[in-house]
Design a protein around this ligand. Structure first.
Ligand code: NAD
Ligand code: MG
Length: 401
C-alpha cells in the first residue's frame, strides 16, 4: 500500500451509496485505505465488508448488533475494532487519521457525523442531502470554520459542481451566483416511476411500485422520495445551500432519460451540462479523486442508443411535495427541518403500508402549516424541532386512520 494513500471513513457503508463507494475504492487499492465502516443494524453485511476491507474500526448503531459483529469477527481473527452508538459515528468521522469521509447515512440520522467531519476539516463527500435540508446554514458554516472541503455526491449537485466556474471549486457557497456570471441552475428530474400516472392511479400506488425506480438503484427512503418528487424538493433546498442560489435561481426540469444530470445557465446564454450513464459511481469517483479524475467502472454513454433526450415541466398538482419543498425554502428558518422530519415519518409509514401514497404530501403540508417557524440558532434547537415535527406527523397520521 502506498504511504500517501488516503484514509477513508464510510458512514452508511452497507447502503447503496456505501457499497458503490467501496466498489470505486477497490478499483484503486493504492490510493485509498478503509479506516472505518459504519452501519445501523445489518451485521451480516458489515461482517462481509470487514472481511473484505479490514477497516481499523467498524461501527454499528446498536449495541446488540455490535456485540454480534465482535463475536463473528473474532472467529476469523480480525483486528477490526468494533464500536457502537452515535458518539462512535462522530468519532470515526472526525478521527485525526482520516482524510476523506463519505457521508452516506440516510435521513436526519446523518446530521451529527457529517457535522463532526466538517468541523474536523475533512474532505466531506456529501450524499446525505438531509443534512443540508435540516441544517444548511450551520453545516455550511461548519465547513468554513473547520476548513473542510465539501464535495457534493448527489448526482445533480455533483453535475452542477463540475460545470461551475473553476474559482468555485472549493468552498462553493462563498460567492453569489451573479458574481460568477451564472443566471440559474437547472436540476434535472427523472420524474420517477409515476411520471405519467393520473391522480387516481397515484392514490393506489403500492410500496413495491414506488420502490421500482426506472433509472437508478437506490435505498428505500430515497426511492419513495423520488416517486413523490420530494427528492427533487430536498435537492432544491440542497442546491440553495451548496451554490448560494436563491429559490428563484433554481429550476427543475423533468428529463426521463436521466442522461443530463443537471445544468448551469450563464448570463451570456450558454448552458453547460454534465452527461453520463445514470450510475452513482461517477459522482463518487469524482469526489474521491478531486481534482483528479479516477476511473469508476461506469460504461461509456452510448449516444446512438440513447437517441433522444426529452424534457418537460414538473407537475406540482400531481406531485405536491415539490411545491411544498419550495414553500418551505421560501419560509426559511426551521421550515425545511420540519419538512424533512414530517417527510421521514410519512415515508416510513408508507413503507410499512400504514398510509397511502398521496397521504405523504398531505401529512407534510399539515405539519408544516401548523408549525411555528423560527430562525435557526443551533443544532440542539434543530434536533428539538425535528422531534416535535415527527410527533406532529404521527399525531396527524393517527387522525387520518
Ligand atoms: P440506504 O438505505 O441504501 O443506506 C443507508 C445506510 O445508512 C445504511 O448503511 C444504513 O445501515 C445506514 N443507516 C440507516 N439509518 C441509520 C441510523 N439511524 N444511524 C446510522 N446509520 C444508519 O440509502 P442510500 O440510498 O445509500 O442513501 C444514502 C444517502 O445518500 C441518503 O441521504 C440519500 O438521499 C443520498 N443519496 C443516495 C443516492 C442513491 O443513488 N442511492 C443518490 C443521491 C443521494
Ligand atoms: Mg439526486
Amino acid at each position: 500500500m502506498d504511504k500517501t494513500a488516503q484514509s477513508v471513513t464510510i458512514l452508511g457503508a452497507t447502503g447503496t451509496i456505501g457499497l458503490q463507494t467501496l466498489d470505486v475504492i477497490s478499483q484503486h487499492p493504492h490510493r485509498f485505505t478503509v479506516f472505518a465502516l459504519t452501519a445501523s443494524s445489518n451485521v451480516k453485511s458489515l461482517f462481509k465488508l470487514c472481511q473484505q476491507y479490514a477497516p481499523k474500526y467498524a461501527v454499528m448503531l446498536q449495541e446488540a448488533a455490535a456485540k454480534e459483529l465482535t463475536a463473528q469477527l473474532k472467529t476469523i481473527g480480525s483486528s477490526t475494532v468494533v464500536l457502537h452508538g452515535e458518539a462512535s459515528l462522530n468519532y470515526v468521522a472526525a478521527h485525526e487519521d482520516v482524510t476523506v469521509v463519505m457521508a452516506a447515512i440516510v435521513g436526519a440520522a446523518g446530521l451529527h457525523p457529517a457535522m463532526a467531519a466538517a468541523k474536523a476539516g475533512k474532505r466531506v463527500l456529501l450524499a446525505n442531502k438531509e443534512t443540508l435540508v435540516m441544517a444548511g446554514s450551520l453545516f455550511m458554516q461548519a465547513v468554513l470554520d473547520g476548513g473542510a472541503t465539501l464535495l457534493p455526491i448527489d448526482s445533480e449537485h455533483n453535475a452542477i459542481f463540475q460545470v461551475m466556474p473553476h474559482q468555485r471549486s472549493t468552498n462553493i457557497s462563498e460567492s453569489s451566483l451573479a458574481s460568477l456570471g451564472v443566471k440559474r441552475v437547472l436540476l434535472t428530474a427523472s420524474g420517477g416511476p409515476f411520471r405519467n400516472a393520473n391522480l387516481e392511479e397515484l392514490k393506489a400506488v403500492t410500496r413495491a411500485q414506488a420502490l421500482n425506480h426506472p433509472n437508478w438503484v437506490m435505498g428505500p427512503k430515497i426511492s419513495v422520495d423520488s416517486a413523490t418528487l420530494m427528492n427533487k424538493g430536498l435537492e432544491v433546498i440542497e442546491a440553495h445551500w451548496l451554490f448560494n442560489a436563491l429559490p428563484s435561481q433554481i429550476d427543475v426540469v423533468v428529463h426521463p432519460q436521466s442522461v443530463i444530470h443537471s445544468m448551469v445557465e450563464y448570463i451570456d446564454g450558454s448552458v453547460l451540462a454534465q452527461l453520463g450513464n445514470p450510475d452513482m459511481r461517477t459522482p463518487i469517483a469524482y469526489g474521491l479523486g478531486y481534482p483528479e479524475r479516477l476511473s469508476s467502472g461506469v460504461s461509456s454513454l452510448d449516444f446512438l442508443l440513447t437517441a433522444r433526450l426529452d424534457f418537460c415541466a414538473p407537475d406540482m398538482v400531481r406531485f405536491p411535495c415539490l411545491r411544498i419543498a419550495y414553500e418551505a425554502l421560501n419560509m426559511g428558518g426551521t421550515a425545511p427541518a420540519i419538512l424533512n422530519a414530517a417527510n421521514e415519518i410519512a415515508v416510513e409509514a408508507f413503507l410499512a403500508d400504514q398510509i397511502g401514497f398521496m397521504d405523504i404530501p398531505q401529512i407534510i403540508e399539515a405539519v408544516l402549516s401548523a408549525a411555528n417557524i423560527e430562525a435557526v440558532e443551533s443544532i440542539e434547537q434543530l434536533v428539538a424541532v425535528d422531534t416535535q415535527a415527527r410527533q406532529a406527523a404521527l399525531a396527524h397520521m393517527r387522525s387520518l386512520c
